[in-house]
Write a protein that binds this ligand. Structure first.
Ligand code: NDP
Ligand code: HEM
Length: 490
């Protein structure tokens, strides 16, 4: 039977006659420069790597749909949150945070939970984690924190004492540190974990009303985690375990689903609520702000090409649609800047044109022109300045967000008055959320990780655990062989 394979060509379509032997002067060489197929092949290979994400470099993803089951029309004009029954296509990427792009999926780390909804009002990205809180609450501390999760500049190793040094000096982190060292620090795969928008966002409606909102995605597959030992073992045997788990399930037609809910707070209640609702190290307790179920997310299609569709995906909290807005959260404010900035560096200024990033269901009508790797028509002959008399795109004031009341003198503020509260939610996590086995494993995981820390760092950290709960402090101190009375008195 004749070979049906397509003909091999160069990048410009010239047929290639021989892809096994270089063009040489005689059978022993040397190689001739005019073998442009060889040169193109080698030169392209040398340029294949692009910068990996500075955080969340190891990841995997899939496409799916979001279906709204309850309208939030009372609170927002966003069509994605008001048109019940409509299926909105989306893409998700899940990731670990600190490791390089080849690192193990099962590392103890928060998991990224990044979603892009291709709505008819433009893309809406929700770039969250599998935890409702974070380690720091001011972006000015973010890069310092991330360095503690990365490699030591001298040795290129990852000793844990660096993170414990930082955390022991940044007590706002302890709530998230407890999540990280609990069972949920090593989820089996994206299918078996929850996702959270984490930050407080806002919803606004046409009547000029604003509510603060938190988004929750609860796995319908149930929570499943690896034990610390299992996670270590799988990291060695099958470092891509979680990536494979998701794509295999989708391949089999076993589509994972998440129940989508929101918590809502009227705008002015933020002034008087006992917790600062824009503090990313704290949750909104369910009893005060109950979850309202609004829909379902399903992942049902694997990408055809990892690099094109997942590595080149670019999620950014700045992508919001009319009716959804930001909040004063100091971390979110910075993330609104950081992500597009990172994408321009990692993927180039025209990264919006990469198919996975395109606004698939909304027209894109900007005055941006040119730039490296412009691959669309560059808006053809359309006028490229504004205002103009030639029918170019115009602003539409009907999309204006209601004004946000802001007061205060410019300054660099700490978090006054929050000291006691720092330990309140971690205490609830210890006493109310974890069962006895969960508390025991939390202590064991922390003891293992803190083993390489100098004694002064261990003691400083244990003092925080004592403030969360005496049993917690004592457990870690005993595990590390530290005299408990001394650590408690720190
Ligand atoms: P609730 O009892 O209503 O909420 C406790 C929540 O903890 C559960 O709903 C569940 O959230 C989550 N949870 C259950 N088991 C675990 C576990 N092993 N590891 C991590 N999280 C778990 O009380 P509150 O809302 O008053 O919250 C009490 C504490 O629970 C908080 O201080 C916080 O530490 C933690 N928490 C609170 C969340 C919130 O948004 N209010 C969310 C997650 C944890 P879920 O259903 O989202 O998995
Ligand atoms: C990725 C910055 C906090 C979730 C990234 C990237 C940057 C970044 C630069 C890489 C983007 C890329 O190259 O594609 C920051 C800054 C933060 C912050 C400056 C604090 C101010 C957070 C928080 C969360 C989060 C609080 C979750 C609640 C993610 C996720 C990704 C990511 C999920 C990966 C997105 C993907 O899959 O492509 N972050 N981050 N980040 N961040 Fe953050």
């Amino acid at each position: 039977m004749a070979d049906q394979s397509p003909r091999l060509t160069t990048a410009f379509g010239n047929p290639v006659s021989d892809n096994q032997n270089s063009l040489t002067a005689g059978p022993r060489g040397p190689v001739l420069m005019q073998d442009y197929h060889l040169i193109e092949k080698m030169a392209h290979f040398n340029r294949e790597r692009i910068p990996e994400r500075v955080v969340h470099a190891k990841g995997y993803g899939a496409y799916g749909t979001f279906r709204l089951t309850k309208s939030l029309a009372e609170f927002t004009r966003a069509k994605v949150l008001t048109e019940v029954g409509k299926e909105v296509p989306m893409v998700a990427r899940f990731s670990t945070v600190g490791g390089e792009s080849g690192s193990a999926d099962t590392a103890r780390d928060p998991r990224g939970f990044a979603l892009k909804f291709y709505t008819e009002e433009g893309n809406w990205d929700l770039v969250g984690n599998n935890t409702p809180i974070f380690f720091v609450r001011d972006a000015i501390k973010f890069s310092d924190f991330i360095r503690t999760q990365k490699r030591d500049p001298r040795t290129h190793l990852k000793p844990h004492w660096r993170r414990w040094d930082f955390w022991s000096l940044s007590p706002e982190a302890i709530h998230q540190v407890m999540f990280l060292y609990s069972d949920r620090g090593t989820p089996k795969s994206a299918r078996f974990m929850n996702g959270y928008g984490s930050h407080t966002f806002s919803l606004w409606n046409d009547r000029g009303e604003r509510h603060w909102v938190k988004f929750h995605f609860h796995t319908k597959q149930g929570i499943q985690n690896f034990s610390a030992d299992e996670a270590d073992e799988v990291a060695g045997k099958d470092p891509d375990y979680s990536s494979a788990d998701l794509s295999n399930a989708i391949e089999k037609g076993d589509f994972p689903k998440w129940r989508v809910s929101v918590q809502l707070m009227p705008e002015l209640e933020a002034d008087t609520y006992r917790i600062n609702p824009f503090d990313l190290t704290k949750v909104w307790p369910h009893a005060d702000y109950p979850l309202i179920e609004i829909g379902e997310m399903e992942l049902n299609r694997n990408p055809d090409n990892y690099f094109a569709e997942i590595e080149q995906s670019a999620f950014e909290p700045s992508n919001v649609v009319p009716g959804i807005g930001f909040s004063p959260d100091k971390m979110l404010q910075n993330r609104v800047l950081s992500y597009a900035d990172a994408h321009r560096y990692r993927l180039g200024v025209n990264y919006q044109q990469i198919p996975v990033n395109q606004a698939k269901n909304a027209p894109v009508q900007t005055y941006h022109r040119d730039g490296a790797m412009r691959t669309d028509g560059n808006h053809g002959a359309q006028v490229d300045y504004e205002p103009n008399s030639f029918g170019g795109p115009k602003q539409d004031p009907s999309f204006s967000e209601p004004p946000l009341r802001i007061t205060g003198d410019a300054g660099r503020y700490g978090w006054p008055g929050d000291d006691e509260d720092l330990y309140g939610q971690p205490k609830l996590f210890w006493t109310k959320v974890l069962d006895e086995g969960g508390r025991k494993r939390l202590v064991e995981n922390i003891v293992t990780s803190m083993g390489d820390s100098p004694r002064n760092i261990q003691e400083r950290m244990i003092a925080h655990w004592f403030k969360v709960h005496e049993d917690f402090g004592r457990g870690v101190a005993q595990g590390l062989g530290i005299e408990t009375a001394r650590a408690a008195a720190e």
